[in-house]
Design a protein around this ligand. Structure first.
Ligand SMILES: [Zn+2]
Length: 381
């Protein structure tokens, strides 16, 4: 493993490229933000929204996909400040947490209409378990539905504009052209929207699932998108995007943070809405050797709020801990939802662990401490 000379990202991170100076593409695209004329971008936002908003006020001005988290709360506040009448749409998370419920309630109190789409729980559990077993990603159905459900609603209700949050290809690194994009379309979704090599059609036949079980996970047809003229834009293209200040801003409007730092994370203000999120992040660590704490340390580091040496200490302290609890809920209770035991879970973890990245004994078995934690062959420095 090789690490970026500016931030903490390793070269194992998918879609990340390093330049001759050893600086990663996420750092490069962040630097380009300092050249952005944000006043001009704010004007552009006004132009875009006035072009698409309902002319006679009989329909909504835009759709916003919301989880009730810091970013979507911030998006709603910004859109209300801009005088828009948004329709907020939630694709319910796989295992909605108590704090997640309260934050969705808070979002409604901001003064918006809100539709919550909760997909079939029986189907969802099958998908969670299958995707964990097959691609090492328990959150696959959630990461698909948060991109398909708002688009489906936009089509059905004839609302052409969808306002998304940040472009993750910009904040977390990815091919340059997609990082700069202000649009989210089907091509973006298929390449980066969390599909990781599994298509919806691959799921037909799994555990008896049929196409009619997967309607909400299906992106609308091109012809439907064209009929309504659906356009998705990233708010992070128009406004300087920072998860930390989004949280600060949202807190002033009732957004609730967790009492302590979230397990495996560096902060108390994000990934609060799904008990399974800790498992998702842990698998990223097993596959690529870095976790959510690294992502967050990098966000602070690039904005000058942490120096690299301190960021290293924090990331090493939090990253990659075996997820015994998440948001205070015990792993065995989280797994009970998908009919899996802790030993079965550990076996899945071991199967997806990249053995080139973690220490093993002479027999080729992973070396773990008494809490089940692995150790990297090339620790972050
Ligand atoms: Zn970097």
């Amino acid at each position: 493993m090789k690490y970026c000379t500016n931030c903490l990202y390793p070269n194992t991170k998918p879609d990340l490229v390093f330049d001759a100076e050893g600086v990663c593409s996420a750092c490069r695209s962040f630097k380009e933000r300092s050249d952005v004329d944000w006043e001009q971008r704010a004007k552009e936002f006004k132009e875009v929204t006035s072009r698409y908003r309902s002319k006679d006020g009989k329909n909504y001005d835009c759709v916003i996909g919301v989880s009730g988290g810091k970013d979507s709360t911030y998006q709603v506040i910004r859109c209300l400040e801009a005088g828009l009448n948004p329709l907020c749409v939630t694709a319910t998370t796989c295992a909605l947490s108590d704090i997640g419920v309260r934050n969705l309630d808070n979002l409604e109190r901001l003064g918006v209409d809100h539709i919550e789409v909760t997909t079939n729980r029986v189907v969802r559990k099958k998908l969670n378990k299958f995707c964990l077993n097959e691609v090492g990603d328990i959150s696959w159905p959630e990461h698909v539905s948060i991109f398909t459900v708002p688009v489906r609603i936009a089509v059905q209700m004839n609302i052409p504009l969808i306002i998304w949050g940040e472009n993750p290809q910009n904040e977390y690194g990815g091919p340059a052209a997609t990082g700069k994009s202000k649009h989210l379309d089907r091509r973006w979704l298929e390449e980066f929207g969390g599909l990781i090599g599994l298509r919806i059609t691959d799921l037909i036949g799994v555990e008896g699932l049929t196409a009619r079980d997967l309607i909400q996970f299906t992106y609308p047809d091109d012809s439907e998108l064209e009929r309504v003229g659906v356009t998705g834009v990233f708010l992070g293209y128009f406004y300087r995007w920072d998860g930390f200040t989004n949280a600060l801003y949202s807190q002033a409007f009732g957004f609730e943070t967790f009492a302590t730092n979230v397990e495996g994370s560096l902060t108390n203000y994000e990934n609060l809405d799904n008990y399974q999120a800790g498992i998702h992040d842990y698998f990223k660590y097993l596959k690529f050797g870095f976790g959510r704490a690294t992502d967050l340390a990098n966000n602070h580091l690039r904005r000058g709020r942490l120096n690299r040496a301190d960021a290293v200490i924090l990331a090493r302290r939090y990253d990659g801990k075996f997820p015994w609890t998440y948001l205070g809920r015990k792993l065995e209770d989280i797994l009970a939802d998908i009919d899996m035991t802790v030993p079965e879970f550990v076996a899945v973890c071991d199967r997806f662990t990249n053995k080139k990245l973690f220490r093993t004994n002479n027999a080729g078995e992973l070396i773990k401490d008494r809490d089940g934690n692995l150790s990297l062959i090339t620790p972050l420095t």
